[in-house]
Design a protein around this ligand. Structure first.
Ligand SMILES: [Ca+2]
Length: 423
């Protein structure tokens, strides 16, 4: 298929940067040094149907993209594992990878493994396209993380495959979902009895329960700085020692995503799922806000939702600390005169950052009856904690001038882990 430029719908500058990464209209005329194709692998799609033996060693990984709404690209691929016969310590193998691809535009394959999320390999064409990652010696793979680069968001299908030096590929997993730029797709190799271990899902929903004025409300936003998005930090111990894991959406090096969104819990029920699929700026306006607001003086009713899959924490782990870091909106996240606002945080349910919207919480404006919920999301589960303007913010020195607030959720995450172990 002849490469064509991607469309550029109304986009903000930051979104435009992502488009530049994934769509390079002049790619076809760029020349790259070196052979873009592996001598052993000419980028053919397909491969063996047999799954990779998790005990086996790997010399090559292959990512075969069969479906994508834009040119195929990856901004980062991280590979974690242990070198064969070197003691079994899990290390980041990414820096030792040599990358090849079925095709390339102006952005060469090595840019998918250079540790820089701002650079990408771009195939310069639509699917199918293949990225091959060769290891210098055999390793046991424990985790592969793929950072999505595409515009627009939409349905994708990627096969993650592995082979020993015989290049006889087996498929480790298939990623098939609605995906969008900045999202991480994560494969974790099965270990021991992990299949018997349920997922550990962290999901919260927040509402404003006491609101002294229409502009008095507590809400959190990273101010457009990705590192200031909600972040959950968890310490745990197992028989082999203690470890800290962190969850934050779209940030390299994290152990998983922590998604935040605000949803308008009244007509017209806005949320990320209400956006046109090609309009990433629209979705970004809902994502990463953890915002609640009541309806005083006709103000819009917002609910904030958070979700993260914490299953990377081992089933036998004991949770020793869990801090939720939330950045107060520096313009209006807590009015200086507001010492009485209260937001209540409850358990929610897993939700999808692409499709979630407020309909989940709505009633028909004419009949008052509960609407059929249009997305998977969460209604209000058990009460978890209350955040009070005076006690939890002012008394601890957190306000718009000192916005890096954090809250202790150790008890809650410990409860989740306990329920997981009892199941
Ligand atoms: Ca890169």
């Amino acid at each position: 298929m002849r490469p064509v430029p991607c469309p550029l719908p109304q986009l903000t500058f930051s979104v435009l940067m992502l488009v530049v990464i994934s769509c390079t209209p002049d790619a076809a005329v760029e020349q790259q040094q070196g052979n873009p194709q592996s001598p052993q692998d000419n980028g053919e799609t397909g491969g063996q149907d047999t799954a990779q033996n998790p005990e086996g060693t790997v010399r090559s990984l292959r990512i075969v993209t069969e479906l994508s709404p834009s040119w195929v690209a990856w901004s980062e691929v991280e590979v974690w594992g242990s070198w064969d016969q070197e003691g079994g310590e899990v290390v980041n193998l990414t820096g030792d990878l040599q990358a090849w691809s079925s095709s390339q535009g102006s952005d060469a394959p090595y840019q998918a493994v250079d540790g820089n999320p701002d650079t990408s390999w771009n195939s310069g064409d639509f699917a199918p396209a293949t990225l091959v990652l060769d290891l210098p010696r055999p390793a046991v793979i424990s985790e592969v993380r793929l950072r999505v680069t595409q515009s627009p968001a939409g349905p994708t299908r990627h096969l993650l495959q592995a082979a020993s030096s015989d290049k006889n590929y087996g498929t480790l997993t298939v990623f098939e979902d609605e995906t969008f730029s900045g999202e991480w797709l994560v494969y974790r190799a099965p270990v021991g009895d992990i299949e018997d271990c349920p997922a550990l899902e962290f999901s919260l929903i927040m509402e404003q329960t006491t609101q002294p004025c229409s502009d008095c409300f507590i809400w959190f936003w990273g101010m457009g700085v990705p590192e200031q998005r909600p972040r959950l930090e968890v310490d745990y111990t197992t028989e082999t020692g203690s470890r800290t894991v962190q969850f934050q959406a779209g940030i390299p090096g994290m152990d998983g995503d922590l998604w935040a969104a605000r949803i308008l819990a009244e007509n017209p029920w806005w949320g990320p799922g209400a956006c046109d699929p090609t309009n990433e700026a629209c979705r970004a306006d809902f994502l990463h806000h953890f915002q609640a607001r009541g309806t005083v003086d006709g103000a819009p009713l917002w609910h904030g939702i958070l979700f993260s899959d914490l299953s990377v924490i081992p089933c036998d782990a004991t949770i020793t600390r869990a801090y939720l870091h939330l950045h107060i909106n520096e313009a209006e996240g807590l009015a200086n005169s507001d010492h009485t606002s209260v937001v209540a945080i409850h358990r929610g349910h897993a939700w999808d950052p692409v499709s979630v919207d407020g309909l989940r919480y709505g009633t028909d404006p004419n009949t008052g009856e509960a609407l059929t919920w249009s997305t998977t999301g969460g209604d209000f589960g058990d009460f978890v904690m209350e955040l009070q303007a005076q006690r939890d913010f002012w008394d601890r020195g957190f306000n718009k001038s000192n916005p890096k607030a954090w809250f202790d959720l150790t008890q809650h995450v410990d409860s989740l882990q306990g329920e997981r172990q009892d199941r």
